[in-house]
Design a protein around this ligand. Structure first.
Ligand SMILES: C[S@@+](CC[C@H](N)C(=O)[O-])C[C@H]1O[C@@H](n2cnc3c(N)ncnc32)[C@H](O)[C@@H]1O
Length: 319
């Protein structure tokens, strides 16, 4: 008998809250920018019914294949597109989505990616230092950064994306330990460099090192910066209310980008306060639906510990 590989599972984070703010309606048009295994998409597909349309985007071809299988029962109401959401406007246009009643972003990596040793995202599974969400996307891997970049460049990455106070110490340890081949090599070096300084902390010393490298490898903050205005541009402006943007972030840097973008676009004049009259001419194009960040409840975090750092923000397009 042939042993079947188990189907990967990813529990969608804050599914009820995401649907509450996205408010998908029958016959509506929606875009899931981060389809993963299709958990949130399934909820959207159910809500929009056979007349609705959903565009499911992911840059990870493997994830998209699982999503296709999981969402197969919804047939023609769903289109799939592999690509980086930093190209959202072009991907939407290519697939015939001129505007959307709702756009969802559930950022970061899925369990499929995180738990797969060959993808190299986690120090809990020994694998190559890869960390690319899209294996087609360019050549940069975590291995290239730790083995080929200058010590000061590595320190910058750790400082900027991991907010690691001892970034220089870790960068120096990485350079001394070259070549680093596996996630275990990097976890050990991180632990040696940071272990004593972080003994009082609950998280593993390598956590922030891995996070920083992953963010840099995938250009995560740049993609987020670039997708937000494109998403706003696609949101519909209907008589019964504008289209909605829902973003779920998993670390403070990501959440800051989303929060600042929504605040800015939900504000009229953005001139410096010392100017007596408005010179910017900026007008609000969004309404902030979540002035205070929405976080998962205790029950969800108990059932799905990966939800613990999630923060949801939402906004609605206004004329
Ligand atoms: C947290 S998972 C989404 C899980 C999904 N909501 C579900 O319920 O199964 C994030 C997904 O977004 C994808 N992703 C992250 N950044 C992306 C980007 N810039 N462009 C396209 N996909 C991206 C990842 O490949 C991953 O599959």
């Amino acid at each position: 008998m042939i042993a079947m590989a188990p189907t990967p599972v990813h529990l969608p984070v804050m599914p009820d809250e995401a649907m509450h703010y996205l408010a998908p309606r029958a016959g509506g048009v929606y875009i899931d920018c981060t389809t993963g295994l299709g958990g949130h998409s399934k909820r959207i597909a159910q809500a929009i019914g056979p007349e609705g349309r959903l565009l499911c985007i992911d840059q990870d071809g493997e994830a998209l294949e699982f999503a296709r299988a999981n969402l197969n029962p919804f047939g023609r109401r769903i289109k799939f597109a592999r690509g980086n959401f930093s190209e959202l406007a072009a991907i939407a246009a290519t697939n015939g989505f001129d505007s959307a009643d709702g756009i969802l972003m559930d950022l970061g990596v899925s369990s499929l990616q995180f738990d797969s040793a060959p993808r190299g995202f986690s120090f809990s599974h020994e694998g190559p230092l890869d960390m690319r969400m899209s294996r087609e996307a360019g050549v940069l891997t975590a291995g290239e950064i730790v083995n080929q970049w200058e010590e000061s460049e590595i320190a910058d990455v750790l400082w900027k994306y991991g907010e690691i106070g001892q970034s220089r110490r870790v960068a120096a340890a990485i350079v001394r330990a070259r070549p680093l081949r596996t996630t275990t090599d990097l976890a050990q070096v991180s632990e040696q460099a940071l272990g004593s300084a972080r003994k009082h902390q609950k998280i593993h010393p390598a956590t922030q090192v891995f996070l920083a490298l992953r963010i840099r490898v995938n250009g995560e903050l740049d993609s987020l910066d670039s997708v937000l205005p494109q998403a706003r541009g696609l949101l519909s402006l209907g008589p019964s209310g504008g289209g909605r943007l829902v973003a779920i972030s998993f670390h403070s840097l990501e959440d800051r980008v989303v929060k600042q973008y929504i605040r800015r676009e939900a504000t009229g004049c953005i001139c410096p306060p010392e100017l007596p009259v408005c010179r910017c001419g900026h007008i609000a194009t969004l309404r902030d639906l979540t002035r205070r960040a929405i976080r998962p409840g205790f029950a969800e975090v108990a059932a799905n510990p990966r939800a613990r750092s999630a923060v949801l923000r939402a906004a609605e397009r206004v004329a």
